[in-house]
Write a protein that binds this ligand. Structure first.
Ligand code: FA5
Length: 354
């Protein structure tokens, strides 16, 4: 009986269970101890003192067991509170978010070009025929317009009947020409020069322009280690009277010296190779000497007079240079990333390294 009571008190997980056990064993009216006390009447007279003593001892033991259980519950021990919170354990480390490596590269490029006096501007990712092609001196029948080389937009059509789903129709701009995702950031050259001309009062000289534009471009290239259908470019444009190819080379040289300079023990050299772009003349492919080899970084050249004329500049008054570089390739080269797809697989274990 005594051990039954101790067990019941010990097992009580909360105040309610303990109270129920107390009523069962120590209850003043119908408790089991009370029942035993009542049974004392039937004990032989000679045995009574010994039995009374025994009963008092049992009662004391049960009461002690009850008090012990009550103390235990009051201190919260068996509610599990102490098991769940061990305040002496070291905390779990908080993981800090970080910027994507491409975002870091973009921020660094903007900062360096900013110090060279180039303002960062943005342009839309959905472009029209004029800004992506015509104003950039890309004629109506140029392979660059091929639907296989561009993401043209279309609009879903309401189906005539459920059995014949409607063909999507080409999405057209206000000029009635197809809209597309821009395939290069050179579109922003056009928008910037147009805005500068539009802000020029009649009879005034249009202001010089020094901008960079960094953003996404889209081409239906099959993804492989160095190509992705969405990637980023940095476009630079400088328009002013008397700008020459030497200025282009000087700006690129300073840019790369700042970009890689801290890690590179040798001065960065810039090399131009003859090339062709419809919107520059002459046009070059640009390489830099980095880590003991020539690294191709993108295209550049002097803005074609046709482009200047298309937006309203007088090519007799001003000249300018432009360049367009692939940001992923530079970021990859800098960090030793060998597959462009790793940049966009969104594996945090990979991205957390940069
Ligand atoms: C151009 O896009 C020109 N607009 C550059 C330019 C601007 C020339 C101003 C003259 C004046 P190109 O198509 O070569 O050029 O692309 C430039 C860079 O984008 C390439 O050198 C390469 O680094 C990168 N690139 C091209 N296609 C991809 C792709 N699918 N994935 C990742 N990077 C790419």
């Amino acid at each position: 009986f005594e051990s039954d009571a101790a067990q019941a008190f010990g097992a009580a997980a909360d105040g309610e269970a303990l109270e129920a056990a107390r009523v069962e064993f120590l209850g003043a009216k119908a408790g089991r101890l009370k029942a035993i006390q009542k049974g004392m009447g039937g004990v032989d007279k000679a045995d009574k003192p010994a039995a009374g003593q025994k009963l008092n001892a049992v009662k004391g033991a049960i009461e002690t067991a009850f008090e012990t259980a009550k103390t235990r519950l009051d201190s919260g021990a068996s509610t599990g509170v102490q098991d769940a919170f061990d305040i002496t354990l070291p905390g779990r480390p908080l993981r800090r978010g970080r910027l994507h490596p491409i975002t870091q590269t973009i921020e660094r490029m903007k900062e360096i070009m900013g110090r060279l006096g180039f303002t960062a501007v943005e342009g839309p990712e959905i472009e029209d025929d004029w800004h992506n092609f015509v104003a950039l001196n890309i004629p109506e029948v140029h392979p660059a317009r091929d639907p296989l080389d561009n993401f043209y937009l279309s609009v879903a059509q309401r189906a005539e009947s459920s059995s014949t789903p409607a063909e999507p129709a080409p999405a057209l701009g206000p000029d009635g020409k197809p809209l597309l995702l821009r395939s290069q950031t050179s579109t922003v050259q056009i928008r910037t020069m147009e805005a500068a001309i539009a802000a020029t009062a009649e009879g005034d000289d249009p202001p010089p322009v020094r901008i960079v534009s960094l953003g996404r471009v889209y081409r239906p290239d099959t993804a492989d280690a160095t190509h992705y259908p969405m990637f980023h470019q940095i476009e630079g444009l400088c328009i002013a009277p008397g700008v020459t190819m030497a200025d282009l080379k000087g700006v690129l040289q300073m840019f790369w010296q700042s970009y890689f300079g801290l890690e590179s023990s040798e001065p960065i050299e810039v090399r131009f190779r003859p090339s062709f772009f419809p919107f520059t003349e002459p046009s070059v492919e640009c390489d830099i000497w980095h880590d003991g080899k020539w690294m191709e970084i993108g295209g550049a050249g002097m803005v074609d007079p046709n482009v200047l004329r298309a937006v309203g500049y007088d090519p007799e008054q001003v000249t300018g240079f432009a360049f367009g570089l692939g940001i992923e390739r530079i970021c990859m080269r800098q960090h030793g990333i060998t597959d462009i797809r790793d940049l966009y697989a969104n594996d945090v274990r990979f991205l957390a390294q940069f």
